[in-house]
Design a binder for this molecule. Structure first.
Ligand SMILES: [Fe+2]
Length: 396
């Protein structure tokens, strides 16, 4: 392509460029210099843009579609943050999302409708944070409150769907609809009788029938919600469908279930399996991922399950792990290059059963003589993970 000039550049020092760009290495160099959009002379070659979302009004790039490989959105080219920087924002977003859930449940019980714009804004905030640094919200989603499942579950599913869809390089407009649908997918639970919804234990067959109805309630509520998109409605209405037709409410099979609904089926189940409830401790992330693999291809799409594991890692941020040294550590940052070697915070001795001065360890570091042995349940060691997280991770 022939670049006429730089249309948009993040760095203060403006780069003067004009001429032929012959290969992707030169494009990469421009991107490293902070260039996010260029004006190209179509008469001299093809029009290719580094960013078609150009706030300066340049429309050259959209005249001829740019190859996706070099198209950067504002989110993709935006500033990335460290885990520590992002955690405070993530904590605020998470609390806001929980409050929004609470308000929506109250509104629906009072016969009011919900404003989908509130959920879209919330989903946008989640996606922004995921693009800046996905580990922060992922960590928040794993450090959970056993009494707040109803409020936290949909927020977690929205976070995980955003991370999953980003990993699959889906268009941002699609990610937004998926994240919004995920926030609303269980809204119908408010119409399930409290005695069934909050029953501390196994449901009877009759109670299970009542519980299953939440999906139809969600669909009905959302069909009456102005401005809801087809994709958001799809994931809410079909999140309990299974590939072998044994899901509900419609018993759809195989190709009848959209890619988006196959994704939310995985994410929804993962969060439910890992959730600590009043009446049961949550499974570790590794165990949950093994269950999902074992349940595919009957229930879940096996390719998507593997992609989901790659998106969050074997030991996602927020997971408590035991190292070979018997020390316990909280996983803080996922390392895309190695699913089993994240950055962790060591803080407890597993066999001596006492707390240690917290130390951050990068398990990919060649000088680090420790490795993850297994994921463990905090309850087994009587550790209050949320308290530790608030004291030693959030205050940093
Ligand atoms: Fe559900």
């Amino acid at each position: 392509m022939f670049i006429v000039k730089i249309a948009q550049q993040q760095n203060a020092a403006a780069l003067q460029v004009q001429g032929q760009v012959k290969d992707s290495a030169q494009i990469d160099l421009l991107k490293r210099k902070g260039v996010t959009a260029v004006v190209i002379d179509p008469a001299k070659q093809q029009v290719v843009a580094l960013d078609i979302a150009d706030s300066n009004g340049f429309t050259h790039a959209s005249a001829v579609p740019a190859p996706p490989a070099v198209t950067l959105s504002a989110r993709q080219s935006g500033k990335k943050t460290s885990m520590t920087q992002e955690l405070a924002k993530a904590e605020k977003l998470y609390a806001e999302a929980k409050n929004l859930q609470k308000r929506a449940f109250r509104d629906i019980s009072n016969g009011k409708t919900i404003d989908v714009a509130d959920f879209r804004n919330c989903a946008d905030g989640i996606i922004d944070s995921v693009f800046r640094n996905q580990d922060a919200l992922l960590c928040m989603s794993r450090i959970r409150d056993k009494d707040a499942y109803l409020l936290e579950h949909s927020v977690n599913v929205s976070i995980l769907m955003s991370i999953f869809a980003k990993f699959l390089n889906m268009e941002e407009s699609v990610i937004e609809q998926l994240a919004t649908g995920a926030l609303l997918h269980d809204i119908g639970k408010i119409q399930v009788p409290d005695a069934v919804l909050n029953k501390p234990g196994r449901l009877t067959e009759d109670e299970f029938v009542q519980m299953r109805k939440h999906v139809e309630y969600s669909r009905d509520i959302l069909q009456q919600t102005e401005g809801i998109s087809d994709i958001s409605l799809d994931v809410a209405a079909n999140h309990h469908e299974r590939l072998d037709g044994k899901g509900y409410p419609a018993g759809l099979t195989g190709e009848q279930i959209s890619l988006y609904s196959r994704m939310i089926a995985i994410v929804d189940s993962y969060d439910a399996i890992t959730a600590q409830r009043v009446y049961k401790s949550g499974q570790t992330s590794v165990k949950a991922l093994k269950i999902l693999l074992a349940d595919s291809p009957h229930h879940f799409d096996p390719v998507l399950v593997k992609q989901f594991i790659s998106a969050i890692g074997m030991y996602p941020p927020g997971t408590l792990v035991k190292l070979d040294s018997e020390k316990l550590a909280l996983v803080l940052e996922h390392n895309p290059a190695s699913l089993t070697c994240p950055i962790v915070k060591v803080f407890y001795h597993g066999s001596k059963r006492h707390y240690l001065t917290p130390v951050t360890l990068d398990l990919t570091n060649a000088r680090c003589n420790d490795a993850i042995n297994t994921a463990v349940d905090a309850l087994e060691y009587k550790i209050d993970l949320k308290k530790f997280f608030n004291q030693f991770i959030m205050k940093v």
